[in-house]
Design a protein around this ligand. Structure first.
Ligand code: HEM
Length: 250
């Protein structure tokens, strides 16, 4: 057959327009979560150590004041008076700024992603998670009031009788007792410690997810650790204003 075969018309690929993509947000959610987990771990250790130190009120005024004085003279003469304390303060403050900053960005992003849709119905098991931003804000306000109350002695937050620490003495015990003898202040501390417990239990529980732990057994164990840790810090601290109000520590 002499007919010439027509070449098949091969469809030419059309230039594919790139899909509209959003630029990945910076810093990434993973970086923010990791920052929160790391700084949160530092705070959890701080509140545990601070609670253990606070329990020294039960060993008497002299021991408690000695402990407060020791914190200020730690690592002397290598560091000046309050040098080590200032290092702790700067580390904690930097951690606080990073923790609060990262959480604020994550909350805004989550709200934006969720749009109009809201979770409905209340699940009591999720209460600590739901309350995280609120317990966080309460703790932030508490830290400011607490420092005015027992560290700087700024009235009217601090008790009238507040006496500042000097290079040779500390009045931490008398200041603490005078503060908690005011029942509204004692009640405020108790309520905040419950908030701290809720914040800690969810924060600690989230660590396993943030650090990428997926084993079922380990996650179960960690849930129990988080609960016990939070309960110990919360109850240990709560005993102090209660003991002062009851007249057991005076
Ligand atoms: C009932 C619970 C608490 C009691 C009785 C208590 C007691 C004290 C006392 C007596 C001081 C002053 C120590 C001194 O000047 O020598 C202090 C300082 C401080 N506390 Fe607490 N505290 C409690 C809970 C907390 C919590 C939950 C936090 C953190 C969330 C916290 C953070 C701080 C900070 C940042 C300072 C200042 C340290 C400094 O810069 O000198 N406290 N606390």
């Amino acid at each position: 057959m002499g007919s010439t075969a027509q070449p098949l018309a091969v469809p030419q690929p059309r230039a594919i327009a790139p899909l509209p993509t959003r630029r990945a947000p910076r810093p990434s959610n993973v970086t923010l979560k990791f920052t929160m987990a790391l700084t949160g771990t530092v705070f959890a250790l701080f509140v545990l150590v601070h609670m253990i130190g606070n329990l020294k009120v039960y060993t008497g005024a002299a021991n408690f004041d000695d402990y407060a004085h020791w914190l200020r003279t730690l690592a002397e003469p290598l560091l000046p008076y309050e040098g080590a304390l200032w290092i702790f303060r700067i580390v904690l403050l930097a951690g606080l700024v990073a923790h609060v900053g990262a959480s604020a960005i994550l909350v805004v992003r989550a709200r934006r992603a969720r749009g109009r849709f809201r979770r409905t119905g209340m699940n009591w098991r999720r209460l600590p998670a739901t309350l995280m931003p609120w317990t966080g804000v309460v703790l932030l306000v508490f830290i400011v009031l607490h420092i005015l109350d027992l560290t700087t002695g700024t009235r009217p937050i601090a008790p009238q009788s507040f006496e500042p620490a000097t290079e040779t003495t500390s009045h931490a015990f008398a200041n603490l007792v005078a503060s908690f003898e005011r029942w509204p202040m004692a009640l405020f501390y108790i309520v905040v410690m419950v908030m701290l417990g809720l914040h800690l239990v969810h924060g600690l529980w989230s660590l396993v997810t943030d650090f990428g732990v997926s084993g079922r057994r380990l996650r179960q164990v960690w849930a129990a650790v988080a609960l016990i840790f939070a309960a110990v810090v919360m109850l240990g601290n709560i005993t102090i204003p209660v003991a002062v109000l009851a007249g057991w520590v005076s």
